[in-house]
Design a protein around this ligand. Sequence first.
Ligand SMILES: [Zn+2]
Length: 270
Amino acid sequence: MGLPALEVEIVGMGRFPIAGYAWYRDDWLEPRVGPPFHLHQGNDVFADCGLPVRSPLDGVLRLTSDPLGGTTVYVTQADATYVYMAHLSAYVAGQVSGQTVRTGQVVGFVGNSGDAQGGACHVHFEIHPLGGAAVDPKPSLDRWLGDALAGAPRLVALYGGAQRSRPQAPIATGLTPRFVDPSVAGPTGSPGPPRAELLWASAASPSGGPLQLAQAEVADLVRTPGWAQAVAQAEYQVRQWRQVDETVLRLLAPTTPPALRYLFVTPGSW
Ligand SMILES: [Zn+2]
């Protein structure tokens, strides 16, 4: 399955803009070739293609597209402060420019559109306080991540009851997105409906069962000791997997029929 884990992250990740495992560093003002040449006006938050992208604030949604940013969203709050999130793979069906969205609401999905085409999936993330020039968003991203972790005990307290009454099941966290790909479902699992549709169904019905299940899962997730360390470890593993992929591809690709080459690539594209 693994789907509940994604729902968990929609509920549990606070204001952090990705519902799932993501990594970023301070690439603010790094030179970018463009075109045009520019200094990086945000942070690139890398995550698996297709993970939900969440609004970090209450505001008005604007859906745009351009050659550089590809499929992009703006969310502007009442004081004109806005965020810009680019290179998405898709919008949420039914959402339109001009509608309001709430903090944490899913407003799109991670991708590599625009000038990120062919590259690693990520969200180019900008913050413009009071509608002015962009500022380094990393302190905000760090704080939101920290808040999500710090809020964990409260979530545990709130949803502890649900947790106890829930049937035990292996917990697939966002740290293991590669193992929940529907195309590699194990012998016990059926692929089930497309991930994005279920996520949307869950996000659209806050009182519904899936969300309650997700809240129970939050409790499980945050109960895990050393979650932050686990994230760091997972990042290391991702790099290792990527290296293995590249090595295997390099060695075997020349002698492998093209139709079978997908076998050597970790599910989920980079
Ligand atoms: Zn960027």
